[in-house]
Design a protein around this ligand. Structure first.
Ligand code: ZN
Length: 386
């Protein structure tokens, strides 16, 4: 942040789009802002789409700190999960060894991109006791049932299910089927019910529980970790837009069922980065890796490449993205130290985190011969080194 500047840090409330309310609304947290962003499942190298997501919450935190808040952002690591166990089985390695290697690669990318450190990065496997306790709370309140060695959340008992995604029942069924929801599981009362605890396959890790040996479902880990690390109600929950359903809808339902309190005040989702007409994803194999980009480009240009797109607008990767960002960085470096564009950049970020508008304001100030280091710092771009 700039050390001396005459530009006021706060002139109006910050406004952000809230997925659940489907509108841009004031985001006015207290002095301490608690945030939870769903982290990686460490079974394959992390790609540019992940980086773009975490950069969004990084810039949000930078602006909140600039406005005088303290921020605590938790990013979990899903180190026991269907995808990870399947990949470990394919490779013939222990799932935690596979996870350790991919976590190290991810951490190297995050560090190279100069992201603010997380408040904590808890692992799912660190939370088994918390998860068992959490499932007990949901069962006690009558929102879950046991069947066939599993514990399921009873969606029929939760009247507000669907109020984050606003999807129809048919859309929910389609997404659940596509995203690992086992809609055909005969033990379920409703195909949208989701697993809180499940028996492990013979070659999978298991933990003892009141419901038999097994492992947690996918969604419960984030609910248990958010509660453990940040408390009952968090200010903002983030993640990619592909997590809205079923993951976040299920997280919210089980958290509020367990505690009887609101889970999240504001839901903020990052649009997908596309490549070859599809979302960038491991399963499709159409990926750009940050580790590859780092070999060729300044990491500050990689940051600018992501932030040149608004977080709510899906966009398509192309070959001009990195050269454009590198040219921009060069111009800002030439402009050098100063608070040119700072007021405009702050206003743009307060307006639904409009990073493209902030970048345009900084471009304009730099082109007019003003130093732009303070505004660039708001985007996490350090112009103090050449
Ligand atoms: Zn999550």
């Amino acid at each position: 942040m700039p050390e001396t500047t005459d530009v006021p840090a706060v002139s109006s409330p910050m406004r952000l789009y809230d997925t659940a309310r489907q509108a841009i609304v004031p985001f006015e947290p207290g002095p301490l802002v608690t945030m939870y962003t769903c982290g990686i499942t460490p079974y394959d190298a992390t790609h540019f789409g992940h980086a773009a997501t975490y950069l969004t919450y990084d810039v949000l935190q930078r602006r909140l700190r600039d406005r005088g808040h303290e921020t605590r952002c938790v990013r979990n690591i899903t180190d026991v999960d269907d995808d990870l166990l399947r990949k470990a089985r394919e490779l013939g390695v222990h799932y935690l060894d596979l996870a350790a290697g991919e976590i190290a690669r991810f951490d190297a990318d995050i560090e190279a991109l100069e992201m603010l450190p997380s408040f904590s990065e808890p692992r799912a496997t660190s939370a088994i006791a918390d998860i068992r306790g959490f499932i007990g709370m949901v069962l006690d309140r009558g929102h879950a049932y046991e069947a066939g060695g599993s514990v399921y959340f009873d969606v029929g008992s939760w009247k507000t299910f669907g109020e984050i995604s606003h999807y129809s029942r048919d859309e929910m069924l389609a997404f659940a089927a596509e995203r690992g929801g086992n809609v055909d599981d005969p033990n379920k009362r409703d195909p949208l019910d989701f697993v809180l605890w499940q028996p492990s396959a013979p070659d999978e890790p298991f933990w003892e529980s009141l419901w038999g040996p097994g492992r947690p479902g996918w969604h419960i880990e984030c609910s248990a970790l958010a509660l453990r690390e940040l408390g009952t109600t968090i200010d903002l929950h983030g993640g990619g837009s592909d997590l809205i359903f079923p993951h976040h809808e299920c997280e919210s339902a089980q958290s509020e069922a367990a505690t009887g309190e609101p889970f999240v005040r504001h839901w903020m989702h990052q649009a997908m980065v596309r490549m070859d007409g599809e979302k960038m994803s491991k399963s499709l194999g159409n990926l750009v890796f940050v580790s590859e980009l780092r070999k060729e480009w300044d990491t500050r240009a990689i940051r600018l490449a992501a932030l040149a797109h608004h977080y709510r607008t899906p966009w398509e990767w192309n070959d001009q993205i990195m050269p454009t960002a590198a040219t921009r960085l060069k111009g800002w470096l030439v402009a050098g130290q100063g608070d040119g564009g700072l007021g405009e950049a702050r206003a743009a970020l307060d307006d639904d985190l409009d990073t493209p508008a902030a970048i345009a304001a900084i471009d304009q100030a730099a082109a007019a011969g003003h130093g732009v280091s303070a505004a660039a710092a708001l985007l996490g771009v350090d112009l103090s080194r050449s």
